[in-house]
Design a protein around this ligand. Structure first.
Ligand code: SF4
Ligand code: FES
Length: 368
């Protein structure tokens, strides 16, 4: 007789699900999906030990469990807190979380330069998204920001330490999927920095995956730097028979016309590499940096762009809309505030087509 798998109940933002024991609050929230899921800058489900560094995934635990329904006194990191039977969690329904998250974003941006207009990660940067969702327009920081010289770590990767948020993901990649790690976090506190040990080069077959896991623009692909904006390119799923042991050979080609500007691993809706046959789909450096001819790949079709990425804007039939959870969170009640902006702003008059106006639009264009 098969042993019965015991599940436990957890309620997140008024939505209850059954999960296996040992599931974290973040993993349970990802099972529900949509806005119920807290953002995660350092947790990466395919990297063992990741999480617990950035605090962006903070949530409120309104009841610890059925056995002990007391609320937890402080907000907790959802990526590192396991669910208990009867636990009640608040993310988007919490009054405390948005404020705390805005504080975390402010801290993450203390030293991070606001150089999105020249950063290769713009458009696919999790910190940029987080800044838009929770950030404040000003800064209270009055000291000089710490700055670092750009560092080449091997032939393909450039480290721009000034942008690093010390999430540790790249060190876990080096530890867990390459056969030697020559970089890590050196020094402490405000001096802490990612660096190679005495400027050694990272020359492992799988080192390029560090670029994919970096949530910001700290590690960039030297073969793609400043060549194009990601939203001008067209991502296509493609595969090839790769001979490198451990490489899944399934990638996303970022094309402009027929030219392949960059090759990355395929990402899922959480920005992590997709899994194939139960294994993370890491790709080798040969696929990533040295196979940039479309003829070397079998193109499968347009990449499905999930979440709210700018890359998908106006481009995709396969665009995956984010899961809508608001009604469920509000126990079936429709949101009260639905405003038709067309009725309050002439600028949004649907009869006026901006594309037909010569030059920049001005107020006289909307008085017609
Ligand atoms: S370089 Fe990127 S991946 Fe590595 S610790 Fe910094 S932010 Fe994280
Ligand atoms: S994602 Fe949980 S602390 Fe960073």
């Amino acid at each position: 007789m098969e042993a019965e798998i015991k599940t436990i109940k957890v309620t997140i933002d008024n939505i209850t699900i059954d999960v296996a024991p040992g599931t974290s609050i973040l993993q349970a929230a990802r099972m529900i999906g949509g806005d119920v899921t807290p953002p995660a800058m350092c947790y990466y489900s395919k990297l063992e030990g990741s999480g617990g560094k950035c605090r962006t995934c903070l949530v409120e635990v309104a009841a610890g469990s059925t056995a002990d329904p007391r609320p937890m006194p402080k907000l907790v990191a959802s990526c590192r807190t396991g669910v208990m039977d009867g636990m009640i969690v608040k993310n988007m329904t919490s009054e405390k979380v948005p404020d705390a998250r805005a504080g975390v974003v402010e801290f993450l941006l203390l030293n991070h330069p606001l150089d999105c207009p020249i950063c290769d990660q713009a458009g696919e940067c999790h910190l940029q998204d987080l800044g838009y969702d929770h950030g404040k327009e000003g800064t209270r920081y009055q000291f000089a920001r710490r700055t670092f010289k750009k560092e080449d770590i091997g032939p393909y990767i450039q480290l721009h330490m000034t942008r690093c948020i010390l999430c540790y993901r790249c060190t876990y990649v080096a530890d867990q999927i390459t056969n030697k790690r020559v970089h890590g976090i050196v020094d402490r506190g405000d001096h802490a920095a990612i660096s190679t040990y005495i400027s050694k080069a990272i020359d492992n077959d799988f080192s390029g995956n560090m670029i994919d896991v970096c949530p910001v623009g700290a590690l960039t692909d030297k073969t793609f730097r400043f060549k194009n904006r990601v939203w001008f390119t067209k991502p296509m799923d493609a595969h090839r028979k790769c001979q490198t042991p451990g490489c899944c050979g399934k990638a996303t080609l970022w094309l402009r016309g027929d030219e392949v500007f960059r090759v990355t691993a395929r990402k899922d809706e959480w920005g992590e590499v997709q899994s194939f046959d139960g294994k993370p789909g890491w790709i080798c450096n040969t696929c990533r940096f040295e196979t940039k001819q479309t003829s070397s790949w079998t193109i499968e079709g347009l990449t499905t762009i999930s979440r709210h990425s700018v890359i998908g804007a106006n481009k995709y039939q396969t665009l995956e809309m984010p899961k809508e959870t608001v009604k469920k969170v509000m126990n079936g009640v429709e949101p009260k505030l639905l405003m038709d902006i067309h009725s309050v702003s002439g600028v949004n008059n649907p009869d006026i087509h901006l594309s037909e106006i010569n030059g920049p639009a001005n107020s006289s264009d909307f008085k017609k």
